[in-house]
Each structure stands twice: as C-alpha cells, then as structure tokens.
Design a protein around this ligand. Structure first.
Ligand code: IPT
Length: 996
C-alpha cells in the first residue's frame, strides 16, 4: 500500500507537512548578486527543478495505491517536461467547461476513476550542502493536488492548484543521489472550489524548485509602509513574523529608484524623505536589501498611499480610476503554463493599450508576475483561487436560487479560509496589489463573512473585494467589503442603483465581454466613470482568447470546447479576449486604447490644445505629436511637435503653421501621438498612444473623383417577361431580373462593374454578441430571405432612364420584412444612381442590417474608401478609427476571428471603390447620406456556417455589401442588450448611391 492515509477527499485537511505560509522571496548568499539580479535563477540558493521528469500516467489512482514506489519507478515511464499539463503532453484530451463542475457533485468525494500522473526525478545533494543548509522544496502550481515522497519516504500532501506549497525536505535527503516522487491527482475535494471558466487541466503546471536555506534563517516577515503624501516622507517597518526564529535583527541598505544608496543601518524602522511615490504611471521602485543572519533578500518596494474618502479611491492623494482587464494564464501551445517572458509580453501589450489595472481572474498568479506588475506599473486586484459556480447546475434546486448553498455550508468553511490565506500571505509585500478579492462567482453566506474577517485580519492595509455579495440574502453582511462590485451591469443600471447615491465605491469586476467582434460599449462606460468619481474602475472580460493550437494540413488552427470529442463542453465561450491566442490585438483592444488615451486634443477659438489625462506622470519630452490637416479626407499639410513636455493634468496650446477653417470642404486635424525617447518605459518607444481627429469644419465629404471618361450613351431598352436590358453600343449593358429586381449584368464602357448586384439582405454572419438575438432572428426567418419585384415603371427623360421598383423582401415562410421603393437612374454619361427607401415591418424585431449585396470577380482586390478606418468600424465601435481616405486590399479588411463572424465593416462611409488591374466599381453616397460596407472573400452564408477560421475557403467571387444600416456590436454575449440607439429598429431607412 502506497499511502496509509488519503487526504484528497477530506475537507478538513488541505496540506500535510507543508511549511507555514510565508511571504514569497528568494534568498541569496551574495550581496552583489542579490542587489542586481534579473531572474531568481541567479541566486546560489535557488535550484530549478523544471525540466525533464519521468512520468507515468495511471487512469485511476486506485491502481497506484496498490503499488509501492519501486514498482512505480520500474513501470514503463516516459519523460515529460515540467511544468506542463497532461492535456498538452498528450496523456489526456482537452476539455473546456465554463461554470459547470467537471465531476459529479458529491463533496468531498470525487470519482473513483481519478487519473493520476506520477512524476519522478533524481536530485544530487552534496555532503557539505546537506551539513550546512536546509532544503525547501517549492511547488508554485499543481492541478489539482499532490502527494510527495523523497526517496522511499512519504513527505506530505498539498492542494489548491494556484498556490505555493513549500516542504522542508532536509531530513529526508541523503548525501548524493535522491529521488523526488510526486503523485498528482486529477480530482480532489478542491476541484469543487476551482470551477473557473477555462480549459480544465491537470499536472505540475508552474515552476518547481529547491531553495537552500541557512540552518538559522528567517521564514516570514512583512514590510509595512506609511506614506505622508504632502511631505513626501515614508516610514518602512519590518515585521518579523517568525516566533521560532532566533533572528530578531535585520541589516538593511536602501537604494532609490536611480540606484543611489540612501540608507544603510540595522533595525526595523526606517524613515525616508524626499520619496518618489509609486503609481501605475510612475512605477518608482526602491531597492530594499535585507540581511537576516547571513542571507540577503532583495525587496523592491513602491511607496504609495491607498485610501477611500467619500467613496472615491485615492492613490497618493489623487482620485484614480482602475482601467483594468481580467487576466487568465492561457497560451495556445501550453495552456496555463506561462513563462516569465510571456507574462512580460502581456504586461507590455496592456501598457501600450493604456490599461493600468489587472484582476487576476480567478486565482493568484505566480510570484514573479506580481513583481513585474510592481515594476511595470499596474494596480492589481488579486483574487483567491476560488470559484464554486457549478452549484447552480445542481438538478432540481432552482439554479441561481441555489447559488449560496456552498457559501453557507460549513463543509466548505475551512477550505475557503485556506484559499483566502494562500491568496494573500505570499504576496503582501507587493506594492502593485491594492485590493484582494475573495474569489469569483461562489454565492454569498457565512463562509464569506468569515473569509472577509480573515482577509482583513491578515492584511488590514488593503481594500477587499468580492462580487458574490450581489447574491447575498437579506442577512448578508458586507461591512468588511470596501467596494460594491458587479459584473456586466448596464450603464443605466449602474447610474441608477450605485452612483446617484453611493454607499461605497463602485467597481465593475467584469464588463464589455470581449468575445469576437465586440466591445461596442466601452465609450459609454468610460464616460460614466468620468462623470462619477465614485465609479472607481472597470475590468474588461478578458485579456486573451483561450484555445488549443493544433496543426491541421500544415496550418495552425485553434480549437475550443467540443473539438476534442467531449460530450459536455461550453463551445467557444472561452474565445473572448482582446487579443488572439497568439497575442494579435483584436480591434476591441484598439478601441480600448483610443478611448482610454491619456492625451487628448481640443479645438476651440481656432486653437489646438493638448491635454494630459495623466494624474502623476510628468511628460518630460516623452511624446512626439504629428498633426495633419485633412481637407476633404486628404492630407493637405502636416507638422511635427517633437518631444512634448507636459505636467500631469495640464494642457498646452500649440500654434499651427497653416490656416484652417477657410474652405467649404470638410476640414479636420488628425493628431497622432507616439512615445518618443526617454520615457520611463523604454519598451514603449515609438509606439502609438492615440490617433484622434478633430473636425474643424463639418461638411459631407466630396470626393476628388477620377475624371471619368465623358460618355454620351444612347440607351436602348429590351424588355421581356423575365428581364429588362438597357444597352448602349456593344460596351454598355445593364440587365435587371424582373422577378427580383436584381442586377444580373452591369457593364459600362466595356468595364465589368459587378457580376451581380441589387440583392437586398438583412442578415449578417452572427457575431457572438448576437447569440441571444439569434433564436429570435432565426425564428423570424431572417437568415433566408426571398426578394420579389412587385412592380416597376420606366420613364425616359432627355438624358436619363428612370426605373421605379416596388420590391418586397420576405423571410422564407412569413410576411414581408421590408418593402422597398427604389429608383434606378441610368444616365447617358454612364452613371447609375440608386435611391431606395426601405420600410421595415414593425412587427419584426430589430434587424442585423439592411444592405445591398454585390458580387465581383476575384481580381477586384484593391479597395479605396472614404469612411471610418483603418480599423473595422460600427455605429458603436469606431473610436479607434477616423474619417479619412484609405487605400488597402481585400485581405487587409478582414479581421480574423477564431470563430468566424461578421467583421471588417466600415461605418459612415462616403465612398468605396473596388478594383482589379483595369476595371473598377465605385460606389459613392449621394449628398450627406453615408453607408457602411463590407468587402470580403467569403459570402455571408459561408461565414455564418463556419465554426473555425480554417474552414473558410471562398467561392471564386468577392462579396461586397453596402449597408443603409448595420446593427452595432455591443457586448451582449455576456452583457446587457445592445443599446437601442444602435439597433436597426426604425420604420424606414434610406440608401442613396451613385455607381460608376
Ligand atoms: C463570468 C465569469 O466570472 C467569468 O469567469 C467568465 O465566465 C465570464 O462571465 C464569461 O466569459 S460568469 C457570467 C455568468 C456572468
């Protein structure tokens, strides 16, 4: 028998023989190394055990229990690299679940068929090391729990997937070769508390290492700081929380953020003056070198003061907002296994897009992540590894009405407390963390009131958050929670219930669900935050799309729930990030960047003013600005302001070296900001901060149209029962189908304008945010419509032919949804005009769009347009774009969503021209009526059907849709319904176009 006792189904034992929790640090023997290291591997006390381990997979732990260690070591084992997951190394297949338990509910029991992976490797320990040091074995993350042996002896047990477990293995080691064996179980009672919305994985997925400690060493200490903002003084106190240690004293040495030594001494109280305060904008870190006994520990500390006054969040005496994002650990090749460089890549991208806050959804990060947040400047809302959402699926108990069951059940009390401790104690010395969160979506009850008291007892200096209080019954007590938190509440709901009379600061821990083509509501929430200082922040859900990479036909493709043969899964609901799995920014991220830009321009009294929205950061020659004067959408003059200096919360006037506002054309200033040299964060150098357009003179855009060849055509009409043909010499022909009113031929001066046109549509390839409307739309029959020409009239004037059409568009089996009165005007100079009034039947719900479809030959790949670009733009998602003239190609218009859906539209356009080598079709709005357009290699039908980008093949035609109206995108996949102003629900729409 391998074990005498088992703990993984015992809700009173979570850790056996682990060392008491301590703050995270890595000791060094050598001061010089300690003061300057970049990575902890540089410490002589640190020995990474990452790398190859022998591994045997057992489908059931029962089989392991029947063996002894020797048998297991002799089993045919393979090697795996640690850290990794069984799902990535191929021992199990992937499984994505949102809020459901992955196992039947019967806590603390878990399935008997409990897969187990046994890992083992040898380590060498020298005689002298064993004499001089203690050896602490650390695991930073094992899913879901593990039993540990050194050589033949059982050492201990631990659980909580995202937590630090440390064992003193000194007494188990021998000089020379030693064997470390770890049995990891797929399920334990903790699995009921780890129901986070993610791919469910198993294994040793974070770093493993040994730390050599002095025989007499410190274990746990805290650094406390008190900051006086007015006098810029700080008091640093060192508290040794280690009653058993004989070390009572500490030598210290402090360097300021420029590396200058400012203090050296012995003692636990240190007063500092002239302190440069830490903020997300100015992440000044002081290096505090601590010598306990003969170990050196480096702490990098930012001095800052966090307070709530009048329900407003203050940092260093200034009101701040948390512009945040929810961040999961997720990579397409390794799942939850993320390395230092990848974490850094994410943080840099966030900085570039103006996030200043992160919620560690829904578990603590590995310690190095927090150190990076200190260094790069983020306000962190650090969450405990806790989510018990699955309880709402318990059969017959009322779903969300049963939400509080686990939160109230004493069975889970200790486990919740254990998770509260493990989420706080290791990270208390990190300056970036300003708020703790008790967990995510676990209901509310006594267990959480106790967890809140515990959290406040461990750390009274930080704010406390738990959104689950929203589900509390009337007895719920939230006195210890410092903020009111909600997720996905609408702007109106927030204004009405939380802001007009504030009880506590208000926070959105999740909002603007970034699934697919999304985040149309970012501006509305941003504006609300500006209006109410008690609305202290909001965190977008979420940073990245989760998916598993797989190579199919030599091409990387991304797979999600259901692609691995699982019976129960949640599809692609995990593909909901601002960046793709490989970190390509989606347009939602660009939208966020623009809306949260720290620099803004205004135009008043013929003066250009640039404002800094920074609260702490003095822009010391940090930004270059390029200003372009656009006349009628095209650049007529430009100039550069190099290395702008601007104090925080101040503005500066710039004089323009050209005249503006003098013509009857549309004039605007296009202002582009870039980080220049010398900014505090070097990695941002040359990066774009924002592009904004200030309209000086509003006029409909008139296009500098190519001077078209003057034609003088003598149209001849041929009419039959099924078609109406207009012909002028051999090179000009328009043919209309008289059953539908569609254009079946359009050739002017020998140029093919399109293969087909005039086909009305109300369908868009559904975006994820349409998912709640979809059943309504499908029920209404919007996806398949039929068009009928009811009547037409023809009239000839001296130089024009007028065709007046009366058409209807019907869903497959219902009454007409649109009645269309249109007039085609075909002129003798070869121009074709269309004026259509589209009446929507009031009985139908809001429509996805109202547009006219054209198909073009594949050679028409070039696209020129005047509209909102260069990013895709919609009525509610156009802030990262501006009105300009753009020249591009069809492939660049395509926004690649992993789950194919409507994309690449350009809102408020005046003109689009698609062309091949010689031929082109130009569609231009008449007067000030703008349109949206899509131009794509794929038809709406093909995009609608596809479930993975790789399935899209194209069909030998290119597809253009000109929309009189196109629904906004919103964020309703997990958020409020699309704001009415962006819905297509009016009774009539107009399209007025000229085609040539
Ligand atoms: C909410 C969860 O907190 C988060 O983990 C994720 O699932 C997100 O939504 C959706 O992607 S839960 C939802 C029921 C509000």
């Amino acid at each position: 028998m391998l074990l005498t006792e088992q703990y993984h189904e015992d809700m009173s034992v979570f850790h056996v023989n682990t060392l008491p929790r301590r703050n995270y640090y890595i000791p060094f023997s050598d001061f010089e190394k300690a003061v300057s290291y970049r990575r902890r591997t540089e410490s002589d006390r640190f020995q990474s055990l990452n790398g190859n381990w022998f591994f045997t997979y057992f489908p059931s732990f029962q089989a392991v229990l029947d063996r002894n260690l020797e048998d297991i070591w002799l089993e045919k084992s393979e090697e795996v690299v640690v850290p990794s997951t069984w799902q990535e190394t191929g021992y199990e297949s992937h499984h994505y679940l949102n809020e459901r338990f992955a196992i039947p509910y019967d806590p603390p029991l878990v399935p008997r068929e409990n897969p187990c992976g046994v890992y083992w490797r040898n380590i060498r320990v020298s005689e002298s090391d064993r004499k001089n040091f203690k050896f602490h074995l650390n695991f930073e993350g094992v899913d879901s729990c593990f039993y540990l042996w050194i050589n033949q002896q059982f050492v201990g047990y631990s659980q909580i997937s995202h937590s630090l477990s440390e064992f003193d293995i000194s007494n188990y080691l021998v000089s020379g070769q030693n064997r470390v064996t770890v049995a990891v179980l797929k399920w334990c009672d903790g699995s009921y508390l780890e129901v986070q919305d993610k791919f469910r994985t198993s294994g040793i997925f974070r770093d493993v290492y040994l730390v050599k400690r002095d025989k007499v060493a410190i274990h746990h200490y805290l650094l406390h700081q008190t900051v006086d903002v007015a006098s810029r003084t700080a008091q640093l106190s060192i508290e040794i929380l280690d009653p058993t240690s004989s070390i009572k004293e500490v030598d210290y040495c402090i360097y300021n953020s420029s590396g200058i030594e400012i203090r050296r001494g012995k003692g636990k109280e240190i007063a500092l003056d002239n302190v440069l305060l830490w903020s997300a904008e100015t992440p000044y870190l002081y290096t505090v070198m601590l010598r306990f006994g003969s170990e050196w520990i480096r702490e990098r500390i930012g001095f800052r003061r966090i307070e709530i006054k009048n329900n407003i969040l203050y940092l260093n005496g200034q009101p701040i907002r948390l512009y945040g994002v929810n961040h999961h650990d997720s990579r397409p090749q390794t799942g939850p296994v993320v390395c230092y460089e990848e974490q850094l890549q994410d943080l840099k991208l966030m900085k570039e897009h103006h996030f200043n806050a992160i919620r560690t959804a829904h578990y603590p990060k590995s310690p190095e992540f927090y150190e990076l947040c200190d260094e790069y400047g983020f306000y962190v809302l650090s969450e405990s590894d806790l989510e018990m959402h699955g309880i709402v699926a318990i059969y017959g108990r009322g779903g969300y009405q049963n939400y509080n069951e686990m939160a109230q059940n004493p069975l889970f009390r200790l486990a919740i407390q254990d998770r509260t401790e493990s989420g706080i104690i290791p990270f208390q010395n990190r300056s970036s963390i300003i708020m703790w969160s008790l967990g995510n979506e676990s209901g509310f009850g006594d267990n959480f009131e106790r967890a809140a008291s515990l959290a406040k007892k461990i750390d009274p200096t930080r704010l406390l958050h738990y959104e689950g209080f929203f589900h509390a019954d009337e007895t719920g007590d939230d006195r210890l929670l410092d903020v009111i938190s909600r997720m996905y509440a609408s702007v109106e709901d927030i204004r009405e219930h939380y802001l007009q009379e504030a009880r506590k600061p208000f926070l959105l821990c999740e909002y603007s669900h970034a699934m697919g083509n999304s985040c149309g509501d970012l501006k509305a929430y941003y504006d609300l935050m500006q209006q109410y200082p008690t609305f202290i922040g909001a965190f977008v859900w979420e940073w990245c799309d989760h998916a598993a990479e797989s190579i199919i036909d030599g091409r990387a493709t991304y797979l999600y729930g259901g692609d691995f043969g699982e019976r129960y899964h949640d599809g692609h609901f995990c593909v909901d990030g601002l960046v793709s799995p490989s970190r390509q920014p989606h347009t939602s991220l660009k939208e966020y960047q623009q809306i949260h830009r720290p620099l803004r321009a205004s135009w008043q009294d013929n003066t250009l003013r640039i404002w800094s929205d920074y609260i702490f950061l003095e822009l010391n020659k940090a930004v270059d600005i390029r200003i372009e004067h656009l006349v009628n959408g095209e650049v007529s003059a430009s100039f550069l302001v190099n290395e702008l200096s601007l104090p925080p919360q101040q503005s500066v006037c710039l004089s323009l070296p050209f005249d503006c506002g003098k013509t009857d054309l549309r004039e605007s200033l296009l202002i582009t900001y870039y980080w220049s040299d010398g900014f505090i964060n070097d990695y941002l150098q040359g990066k774009l901060v924002a592009v904004e357009e200030l309209v000086l003179q509003e006029h409909p855009l008139k296009l500098n149209s190519k001077t078209a060849k003057k034609l003088s055509l003598d149209w001849r009409v041929e009419e039959s029962a099924s078609s109406l043909r207009l012909l002028a010499n051999d090179a000009n022909e328009l043919c209309f189908d008289l059953t539908t009113g569609m254009l079946t031929k359009f050739v002017i001066d020998g140029e093919l304008k399109c293969r087909s046109g005039g086909k009305w549509t109300i369908w868009r390839a559904p975006i994820d945010n349409d998912r709640h409307l979809l059943s309504l739309w499908e029920e209404a029959g919007f996806e398949q419509t039929q068009q009928r020409l009811l009547s037409y009239q023809m009239e000839k004037t001296t130089d024009e032919i007028h065709l007046t059409f009366c058409q209807k568009l019907y869903p497959a089996y219902r009454q007409a949804v649109l009645e269309i009165n249109s007039q085609w005007v075909i002129r003798d100079d070869g121009q074709v005009r269309l004026e259509a009034v589209l009446h929507k039947n009031k009985e139908y719900p809001a429509l996805p769009r109202i547009g006219m479809r054209f198909t073009l030959p594949v050679s028409y790949q070039k696209v020129d347009y005047v509209g909102y670009g260069p990013n895709e733009s919609y009525s509610d998602k156009h802030h990262s774009s501006y009105l300009g003239t753009f020249s591009t190609d069809i492939d660049s218009l395509w926004e690649n969503y992993l789950y194919p859906q409507e994309n690449g539209s350009h809102w408020s356009s005046y003109c689009v021209s698609v062309s091949g080598e010689k031929e082109s079709l130009t569609i231009q709005s008449l007067s000030d009526m703008t349109f949206s357009f899509n131009y794509s290699r794929y038809s709406i039908e093909e995009i609608t059907k596809a479930q993975h980008a790789i399935e899209l093949k194209g069909d030998n035609e290119l597809h253009l849709v000109i929309d009189a109206a196109h629904s906004g995108v919103g964020s309703a996949s997990c958020g409020p319904a699309l704001d009415e102003q962006y819905q297509i629900a009016a009774t009539s729409y107009v399209l007025r176009l000229q085609m040539s």
